[in-house]
Design a protein around this ligand. Structure first.
Ligand SMILES: Nc1ncnc2c1ncn2[C@@H]1O[C@H](COP(=O)(O)OP(=O)(O)O)[C@@H](O)[C@H]1O
Ligand code: SF4
Ligand SMILES: [Mg+2]
Length: 318
């Protein structure tokens, strides 16, 4: 399998505060994360709200600069790219957001929204060429060409997300980073968007990073899954049938499992104390919530290791 993306020891430290009454505080939203993605795969990223999923997505696309680590995309060192080649590279990697219209001017028509990426890249298409591109993109995502002159407020949530996907596809990307793309949609609409993504992947040979806090959706859709806890990857499930080795993953699976897919699909806050991300303990960040914790866990940081099975960062894997 050809590697498309290689992330090495990626970290992002946020510093806040400063001034007489606000002490400077810092936290690692993403901490020493390494993984690789092969062409044509769907890699899931799961974890509770605030664990660093969106920050990781932004780092991968270099929408924000990391404080450490590396990103190789199509064998290029992303972080070494100057603005102009970086802009060209950006066409190859696109993001789809939960709320596709958060980044689009509400006064834009659908046609404006899906053709804006061409303007950003400096393509000077005529109005006629833009009409043709719009028709082609809307067709790809299963929307009627008649919607081209509509405004976002005239569309349903599912239709808006289709526009978000069309916009992401405009520049022929190799990689889509999907950041909770179905989180605000009804279950039936979610299913339609997922089957659209499956169809597009087949047709366009796309590779996906699929971020979600819906584990059952991830299990259905993804080939492999990264489990994040407080900025770190704690387990890499090589396939969706793999049994959890990390106690945190096990707890997540237990808390979200329900035979009825409409119930308890998303990650609920788990019981137990979550350490402050500004003041992490020296050992395992999950120790205060972990039924298997020992003394070693509170003093020694577990690192990802493949001893005895797939990669897990735990002193006492299941
Ligand atoms: N620009 C920022 N400045 C300071 N802290 C941030 C910033 N962006 C995110 N964070 C913090 O980083 C952590 C991870 O956030 P995020 O990546 O959005 O998590 P997730 O997407 O998993 O919910 C959170 O504690 C969040 O408050
Ligand atoms: S390292 Fe220890 S505390 Fe952390 S998950 Fe493993 S057993 Fe639990
Ligand atoms: Mg997020």
């Amino acid at each position: 399998m050809t590697t498309l993306l290689e992330v090495g020891h990626l970290s992002k430290k946020f510093v806040s505060g400063g001034g007489p009454f606000r002490p400077v505080r810092s936290m690692h939203a993403v901490n020493d994360v390494s993984f690789s993605v092969s062409v044509g795969r769907v890699v899931g990223v799961v974890g509770e709200s605030g664990c660093g999923k969106s920050t990781l997505a932004r780092l991968i696309l270099r929408l924000i600069e990391p404080t450490g680590g590396s990103v190789q995309f199509e064998d290029l060192d992303l972080l070494a790219q100057k603005p102009k080649p970086m802009r060209a590279l950006r066409a190859r990697m696109q993001m789809v957001f939960q709320d596709p219209y958060s980044a689009i001017d509400p006064r834009y028509t659908i046609r404006d929204a899906v053709t804006e990426p061409f303007d950003i890249q400096g393509h000077r298409y005529t109005a006629k060429e833009k009409d043709a591109k719009t028709a082609e993109l809307l067709d790809m995502v299963g929307l009627s060409g008649h919607l081209a002159n509509s405004y976002p407020h005239q569309l349903s949530g599912g239709q808006k997300q289709r526009v978000g996907i069309a916009r992401a596809l405009a520049l022929n990307p190799a990689l889509l980073v999907l950041d909770e793309p179905t989180a605000s949609l009804d279950v039936s609409v979610q299913a339609q968007i997922i089957s659209l993504l499956e169809k597009l992947q087949d047709e366009l040979n796309l590779t996906y990073i699929f971020i979600s806090h819906d584990l059952s959706l991830v299990k259905y859709f993804c080939d492999e899954v990264l489990v994040m806890y407080l900025g770190r990857v704690v387990e890499v499930l090589p396939d969706t049938e793999a049994a959890a080795r990390h106690p945190y993953t096990r707890t997540l699976l237990d808390s979200t499992f329900d035979p009825d897919p409409r119930l308890r699909r998303t990650i609920e806050p788990l019981a137990g104390e979550v350490p402050s991300p500004f003041d992490l303990p020296p050992g395992c960040a999950f120790a205060a919530r972990c039924p298997s914790a020992t003394g070693k866990c509170s003093t020694e940081l577990p690192v990802l290791s493949s001893d005895g099975g797939h990669p897990v960062a735990c002193h006492h894997p299941l």
